[in-house]
Design a protein around this ligand. Structure first.
Ligand SMILES: Cc1cc2nc3c(=O)[nH]c(=O)nc-3n(C[C@H](O)[C@H](O)[C@H](O)COP(=O)(O)OP(=O)(O)OC[C@H]3O[C@@H](n4cnc5c(N)ncnc54)[C@H](O)[C@@H]3O)c2cc1C
Ligand code: SF4
Ligand code: SF4
Ligand code: SF4
Length: 420
């Protein structure tokens, strides 16, 4: 494959991890938006064709089924967990546990800083938090590409020990660097992963804004997800503050003036149609390779009673387990052991769902790259005939398209009123 082709592949599969930007020895790579998707731009004049970027790009590695050895870790324990500090718990995306642990690590001087992300206006900003206040400012989940691994360049030059909060693809990237001695293992005290099924594409923000009748230019700031559970994101605009709930809620406006049904995870999102293209071939949604992975507690009995937030965490390493025990003993978090059937209920459904889906997507993308669209059309009847799961997905597509159209018409025809 020519270098132009490799680069264009990388750019279209990009999920915005930011790692290649940090690695490029001649600073030829910068973040960009391409056809409504987060991507990167490569300056051909500067590039010296070392291919460090391509070799380490997580999306390219998923395509080639190449994951780092440290991705193969084992679950030691699964817990339902929450921050004991009520503010931290309320402001967190789930149970505020990531932040409670970061607070513990900084207060006890176990680490010198934490790589986290916060929203600055409408843009995510990655930074190395060195104080508890800075960690608190960065609470919540940001569902768009953050390019946060760009900061590895800075981390490589710094002394001390750091904790990195990252998405699973970024954990793969970092483990690659450690295995290849590009990053010093002892500078990374802990790797915290956030369970992740996709990041939204750039165009999806415009779509969400259109649901409340806003244009990007009118928006001053977008919050990260937080504020109770399941919470939502807030949009500060010239025309007032709008809340986009995660799952369907009747009111979209803080003062209740807007009475409409809105959801960030609508039918587009629940089928991954709102995500970056590269997320469709991701094979590490569960954050393997990290010390601890954090997710929402989508356990039916918990959903019924929860408005404060619980996180479901998987501890993959011995040092991760020690940290959890210390944070419990010092009153930062509380945990409850999760029965294996309960955790496997969600983890297995997710895992099986994702693994099979990924397998099918991988296959289709490989056929596409070799034979083009004609190849995909030729093998589709065979795939549908052989595979019950693929058949189900295919049957769902018209239903999803229909619900999306209805949803959009419903929002846009409703005549949106807002107050300033
Ligand atoms: C893009 C994305 C997709 C997710 N998908 C799922 C899912 O499908 N299922 C599920 O169970 N959970 C998912 N999560 C995880 C979930 O939303 C919570 O982040 C997790 O449960 C931890 O909650 P908490 O209250 O303990 O964390 P908090 O105390 O709120 O702390 C969160 C920390 O994560 C950092 N952070 C936020 N966004 C990002 C980002 N994009 N990249 C790197 N760091 C970030 C913040 O700076 C903060 O330090 C996802 C998170 C993200 C960011
Ligand atoms: S996924 Fe990461 S490494 Fe790959 S092109 Fe995008 S920013 Fe670069
Ligand atoms: S091939 Fe090397 S020089 Fe060129 S963009 Fe990638 S990392 Fe930079
Ligand atoms: S789905 Fe996978 S590739 Fe996409 S952002 Fe999440 S971890 Fe990264």
């Amino acid at each position: 494959m020519s270098s132009t082709n490799i680069f264009s592949f990388m750019k279209s599969l990009c999920v915005g991890c930011g790692g290649c930007i940090a690695l490029c020895p001649v600073n030829a790579i910068s973040p960009s938006v391409n056809n409504g998707y987060f991507s990167v731009t490569i300056d051909g004049e500067k590039c010296i064709k070392c291919y460090l970027c391509v070799r380490n790009c997580p999306a390219i590695n998923y395509l080639l089924n190449r994951t780092s050895r440290s991705s193969i870790s084992h679950v030691h324990k699964t817990f339902l967990a929450w921050a004991l500090n009520e503010k931290v718990r309320y402001r967190g995306a789930s149970g505020g546990v990531v932040t409670a642990l970061l607070k513990y690590l900084l207060e006890k001087k176990v680490v010198d800083g934490a790589l986290v992300v916060r929203m600055r206006g409408v843009k995510p900003e990655a930074f190395i938090a060195r104080s508890v206040d800075e960690v608190l400012m960065a609470q919540g989940s940001i569902y768009f590409s953050t390019y946060s691994l760009e900061l590895i360049k800075q981390l490589k030059k710094m002394n001390g020990r750091y904790v990195i909060v990252a998405l699973p693809c970024q954990i793969n990237f970092i483990n690659n660097l450690i295995e290849n001695h590009i990053l010093k293992e002892d500078s990374i005290a802990f790797l915290f992963a956030l369970k992740c099924h996709s990041v939204f594409a750039y165009w999806y923000l415009d779509y969400i804004l259109s649901l409340v009748g806003l244009k990007r230019e009118e928006v001053k700031a977008v919050s990260s997800r937080g504020f109770g559970w399941p919470g939502g994101i807030f949009i500060l605009s010239r025309r007032g503050i709008f809340k986009i709930p995660l799952i369907y809620e009747a009111s979209a406006h803080e003062d209740g003036v807007l009475k409409r049904r809105l959801s960030l995870w609508n039918s587009l999102a629940s089928t991954n149609l709102s995500g970056q293209f590269g997320c469709n071939i991701c094979t590490n949604h569960e954050g393997l390779g990290a010390d601890i992975v954090f997710g929402d507690a989508w356990i039916p009995s918990i959903i019924k009673i929860d408005s404060k937030g619980f996180s479901l965490i998987n501890v993959y390493s011995e040092k991760g387990l020690n940290l959890i025990n210390e944070a419990i003993a010092d009153g930062f978090i509380r945990v409850q052991g999760v029965q294996i059937e309960t955790s496997s209920q969600i983890f297995c459904t997710n895992l099986i769902h994702r693994v099979i889906e990924t397998y099918i997507r991988h296959g289709l993308i490989k056929v596409f790259t070799k034979y083009g669209m004609k190849g995909v059309v030729c093998i589709l009847p065979y795939v549908l005939f052989r595979d019950q799961y693929a058949r189900n997905i295919a049957l769902k597509i018209p239903y999803r398209i229909l619900t999306t159209i209805i949803e959009k018409r419903h929002y846009l025809l409703g005549g949106i009123k807002s107050t300033s």
